[in-house]
Ligand binder design. Sequence first.
Ligand SMILES: [Fe+2]
Ligand SMILES: [Fe+2]
Length: 270
Amino acid sequence: MSLSVVMLGDIVGRPGQRGVCQQAGALRERYNADLLIANAENAAGGSGLTPAIFHKLISYGVDGVTLGDHVYRQRDIVQLLETDSRIARPANLAESAAGKLFSRIVSSNGDAVYVITVLGRLSMNGPAADDPYACVDLLLDELTDAPVIVEIHAELTSEKQALGHYLDGRVAAVVGTHTHIPTADAKILPGGTAYITDLGMTGPYDSVLGRRKEAVIKFMTTSMPEQFGIAEGDIRVCGVHVSINGKGLADSIERVEAKADMSLPPFVGE
Ligand SMILES: [Fe+2]
Ligand SMILES: [Fe+2]
């Protein structure tokens, strides 16, 4: 068995949704992808995800969705987190936090992957997170019948690299999200696990992390609170393509980056 998986970084607002709408089909074709998985923690106006946007992303060709520190910003996502196998909450939150600890995403051929998202503990503003290492260890004891992808949603490059090496040889891929900046270090680690520090953002790059640059600069230069709003220009879809082999490890990883065609209508076919 081999599985071709495209993973996309944080979808930001409607520009990010627009990028997915326009590029999902082309990416699936280019990489002969069995699965397209995207982080959507910023899809709803920059913060969280609603069930309606989740279903929209699925209709654009996304097979499974991950989240991050903004997981509960849109409260009506909770039921989906508990019932739909294509989406899960970060695993290392409080035990009583709503939602499943991992997703199981199945291709049209019936091939499955498990996806676990863990939050970093260093320099994060979101909910307090438990030990991501121990958390993944426990889950891996249980998830033995399909390849596992681990997403580390964290600020610090060091924390992401350490988890990548910790899991090397035990999971198919460790990919980072949260910083919205794609990194140039996609590689196969010595034990056969694909790794990248950050997938980057799926959203407007003429911005500060997807937010209007003028508003962020004003805040940075005056210290006065500002509504940042979502930027609009230079929409790109960023992530990686990973080939998973029959051993549940990776044969290759390469960066994916596609620009939206801003001359097309915002939502093709909607
Ligand atoms: Fe994000
Ligand atoms: Fe985040």
